[in-house]
Design a protein around this ligand. Sequence first.
Ligand code: NAD
Length: 511
Amino acid sequence: MIDIQQILTKLNINPNNPGVSTGLKSWNGSGEILESYSPVDGKLIAEVHSANPEDFEEVVESASQAFKIWRLVPAPKRGEIVRQIGEQLRGNKQELGTLVSYEMGKSLQEGLGEVQEMIDICDFAVGLSRQLYGLSMHSERAQHRMYEQWQPLGIVGIISAFNFPVAVWSWNAMLAWVCGDVCIWKPSEKTPLTAIACQNIIQIVLKNNQLPEGISGIVTGGQAVGEYLADDSRIALVSATGSTRMGKAVGEAVARRLGKSLLELGGNNAIIVTPSADLNVAIPGIVFGAVGTAGQRCTSTRRLIVHVDIYEEVKNRLIKAYAQLRIGNPLDENNHVGPLIDTIAVDHYEDAIEKIRKEGGHFIIDPKVLKGDKYDSGCYVAPCVAEVENDYFIVQTETFAPILYLIKYDNLDKAIELQNAVPQGLSSSIFTLNIRESEQFLSQTGSDCGIANVNIGTSGAEIGGAFGGEKETGGGRESGSDAWKAYMRRQTTTINYSATLPLAQGIKFEI
Ligand code: NAD
């Protein structure tokens, strides 16, 4: 068993009064109390104060002042600060990864993997800090130079979800920092301690470099605190990760003030399995996608669209694979599946099961809420598989639990149509050894998702690519490729070094 008190202490968190304690001055909210319970064993880890409007004001003011200094630091030097953050994360990987696992309920391997993802994005951002390239254009006017440059936006608000309590914030923050922005983070109310731990790590680096603490601010709390960020026109960009319901509310609020938003919302991800698929590769990919993180990844596999000719074989192999799953404490590396985040999520699982049955679905692997000593927190459920039709209302909805839907198809056009026929558009994949099938899936008539994979599952993205999805997934892109552009403003510049004033498009204006 882990010693959580020791881990909190190592991460500079006082369990009796958790707040940011490592900067030039400490930060703690003074609003209502959030209780952080572990879904692993149901124990209260600590009570955290939310930010109230005055706390929020103080954090925004501190960020505004910090921006005036930070934007003057050359981008590669900002990269050096992010490099130091990466080093701190390396030094704290075990403790932070364990806290992620204990507070959120994902497996220890996934908790450590999440911290590794943070380290990786630091490395990426360090390189990026020397590559914030703009284009140059040839002016139509003689002795004129025309180019574009990228400037920092200002304050970036980051609203994050419980299921990737720290990695998603780092995807945003590390890029925003090398771009010259300052950040205010509103972590999930379900995982405030991991956020405070990260904030402590950042503040050590800022202090070591005599940089203002407002470069990295935090406001703990629930929906109301997220709304402060969405409504405040001093927040230039709000990057929000969470449910589509939340994204619609945040997107509307930010649009009302014509601010920028970057939305990373729910998924309803499918895998197509064709007759030529190598099932030795496909089955583990499907099972990991469906039950990993107890089905609580935005990229979790929710729908499996299988060709009729191999349907029975896939079904039987799934039944065999699911029978081997071990459900229990995620800190025990022998277990494959940990708990859901809380008992509300268990209610949603049960509610979905009732709806699947009502709409005519048939379970080939039965659902169950697990009881007994090992499952004291009341958050453990059995992963299940149901045969359904794609157009059931419940199948069209993202249920954040390990429920896999099995759907039959007889030709690939139909399979792609089914895969696309949901409101969400995050991740998708096809298992095939047939190049025509694979290329059709990847063509403009193929998958309509932000992520389209061949012979790997829907979950487990690498930081090097741009991450995000279409339709009700929100359209945002984070992390790799040129996702950094969302954190900067583009400025087009024309310089006249001639002794005349020629106008564009040949217009004459003589005085
Ligand atoms: P959630 O929508 O309940 O909460 C997410 C965050 O939004 C929390 O910090 C919450 O306090 C805040 N929030 C909620 N309503 C708000 C409002 N009206 N205004 C401002 N802030 C508000 O989501 P969750 O249960 O924490 O996370 C699960 C969801 O997140 C799933 O739908 C999942 O698919 C999605 N998700 C998406 C991605 C992605 O990259 N596309 C990544 C992770 C999670």
